[in-house]
Structures are given as C-alpha cells and as structure tokens.
Design a protein around this ligand. Structure first.
Ligand SMILES: C[S@@+](CC[C@H](N)C(=O)[O-])C[C@H]1O[C@@H](n2cnc3c(N)ncnc32)[C@H](O)[C@@H]1O
Length: 208
C-alpha cells in the first residue's frame, strides 16, 4: 500500500484545527485577526471590500466586526458556497476586470479594502512573486478607486524584487504604511501584508 507523502501544508496545524472547530472554512482568518488586533483597520459600521474572498473566512470574520450597520462585499474567481450572514455579498469574478461602478452601487464608498489574493503558484519564487505583485497592483488600483479618503487598505504580497515598488506606491497614496507578517503565516510562506492607513485625498494609480 502506498502512503501519500505528508507535506507541511497537508499536516493540519494548530490554526487549521482551530479554524475547523470555530467553523471557519480556512485558517487564513487568523492572519486577519492578528492584523486587526494589532492595527485596528476595521471598525463597527464600516463598508468593506474583500478581494480574493473564497472560501469565505475573512468574509465571516469581517461580518462580525462591522456588525449589522456595516456591509461586506467580496469578489473571487471561485464562487463562495458557504452560507453567509445578511450583511455579506459574495460575487464571482476577476478583480482585474471588476466593474467599479457596480461595486460602488452595492457597497458605496469603501472604508476598508482588504486583499488576500494569491496567484496559482509554480514553485519558482521569482515567477510567484511577480504574479503576486501583479495581483497586489490590481488590488491597489481598485482600492484607490473605491476607498473614501481616510480609508484603509490591507494587501497580501509575496516578498520579491517588486516589494519596495509596491510599498512606495502605498506610501505615496496613504498617510502611513506598515508591513506586517502575522505569526499564523506558515513558516515556509513568503507572504506578507502591506497596510496603508488613511488614504490621501489625491491618489495615483499604480502600474506594473
Ligand atoms: C488565500 S485565498 C483567500 C482566502 C480568504 N481570505 C479566506 O479567508 O477565506 C486566495 C484567493 O485569491 C483568489 N484570486 C486569485 N486571483 C484572483 C483574481 N484575479 N480575482 C479574484 N480572485 C482571485 C483565488 O481564487 C483564491 O480563492
């Protein structure tokens, strides 16, 4: 009988077991929980746009943070099948081609945009970092288009040669920028979160 090799990702760790016990579909919820605990990016009553929202852990967590007066809209290429609370709308679509007017219509100007988008990985760290940068720029451009002045932006990005270009874009368009690596990120992961606090009145879109 052949045994399947247990890679680090296939071994359920503390966070995966906790996510299952707390009825979250993914362990990634604890990354946002850490970001929120440390940086208080989301407030009750906020309108939040969640990019790369499948399978829905961040949607569920943010739904609780914003409460009944708040709203969460998520977009992902994959459909979210987990039942969601009434203050959540999950859309199927590609962030690169998202209809900004439609988003503004259903969410209004956003207080916070969060992106946990991850590319299909190849195992080549340069290719994966370049794909991650491409997604982060798409998230940034959508964020500056839909955020209120004063709004916050949280974006996952793999470390790589474009990392500084991205933080420079965030620094130029937000009053403050922080780079944060949650403890719940897997040790082998190259992902980090870039946080832009308080969007400036006049912003410039980024290019790749
Ligand atoms: C790590 S998962 C997100 C997990 C989610 N935050 C949660 O807690 O349930 C990354 C997601 O990014 C999505 N994604 C990648 N590229 C995308 C794109 N161009 N547009 C929309 N979603 C995308 C993938 O389909 C995947 O579901």
């Amino acid at each position: 009988m052949s045994r399947r090799k247990r890679t680090p990702r296939s071994v359920p760790d503390h966070y995966s077991r906790r996510a299952r016990a707390e009825n979250y579909p993914a362990r990634s919820v604890y990354k946002l929980e850490e970001i929120q605990k440390r940086h208080r990016v989301i407030k009750p009553g906020d309108a939040v746009l969640d990019l790369g929202c499948y399978p829905g852990s961040w949607l569920l967590f943010v739904s609780g943070l914003v409460g009944r007066r708040g709203k969460v809209v998520g977009i992902d290429k994959k459909p979210v099948t987990k039942p969601m609370p009434p203050n959540v709308t999950a859309l199927e679509g590609d962030v690169n081609t998202a209809d900004r007017d439609f988003l503004l219509e259903i969410l209004g100007r956003a207080d916070v945009v969060i992106s946990d988008m991850a590319p299909d990985t190849t195992g080549n760290k340069f290719t994966d970092a370049a794909r991650s940068f491409h997604l982060a720029v798409a998230a940034f451009n959508l964020a500056v288009a839909v955020l209120k002045p004063g709004g916050n932006f949280v974006c996952k990005l793999f470390s790589g040669e474009d990392f500084k270009n991205f933080t420079d874009m965030v620094k130029k368009n937000f009053s403050r920028c922080k780079v944060f690596k949650p403890e719940s990120c897997r040790s082998e992961s190259r992902e980090t979160y870039v946080i832009g606090f308080s969007k400036k009145e006049n912003t410039n879109v980024g290019s790749q």
